[in-house]
Design a protein. Structure first.
Length: 182
């Protein structure tokens, strides 16, 4: 499997350290509050689990399914927001909501999600992403919390996938282009 990667961009140790730092920032910023963390499936599940354990607050954890890639390495530009898996979206009214994403690439998905959730009147709505691929941004969006600036590579591991593979890697690696085409 290692032959599928150009290089490891973020090691397991670096990821763990940064997630703990993000958790501390979120704990400080939401002090005295009980935020609702909404993970964007499937890619965010590993990050959200580690992040939630690093936040020293009462949190509610929910999930939303959303896609814009399919089995491609490039976004389709069309965001498919599915109904939240385990809650009525009207429950966010008056709540502090933190959208948790694995990677922000073009920004199209996150803009759509921000608009979608804003319609339900949360007290606050912020974005936390593990990876921020600023160089690929097509729309104006900025994460309130970002783990790492990501180079313009197709990355896998730590929940991120290519065609549902590589999610279980403990690190984040750049995928060889040949792997994506074969």
């Amino acid at each position: 499997m290692n032959r599928d990667f150009k290089n490891i961009l973020f090691s397991e140790e670096r990821i763990k350290e940064r997630v703990v730092q993000l958790g501390a920032e979120i704990t400080r910023d939401y002090s005295g509050k009980s935020p609702m963390l909404i993970g964007v499936l499937k890619g965010s599940f590993v990050f959200l689990a580690d992040l939630a354990r690093s936040i020293d607050l009462d949190c509610e954890i929910r999930f939303l399914s959303c896609s814009s890639y399919g089995s491609s390495t490039v976004t389709t530009g069309e965001v498919n927001i599915k109904e939240p898996l385990d809650f009525d979206v009207r429950q966010i009214a008056g709540r502090d909501v933190l959208l948790v994403e694995d990677i922000i690439d073009s920004g199209v998905t996150m803009v759509e999600l921000r608009e979608f959730f804003s319609e339900f009147s949360p007290a606050s709505l912020k974005i936390c992403t593990l990876l921020d691929k600023v160089s690929r941004r097509e729309v104006p969006i900025k994460a309130d919390y970002a783990g790492f600036i990501c180079p313009d590579e197709f990355v896998v591991g730590y929940g991120l996938d290519y065609a549902e593979k590589y999610r279980n890697l403990p690190h984040i690696a750049a995928l060889e282009p040949e792997t994506c085409s074969g």
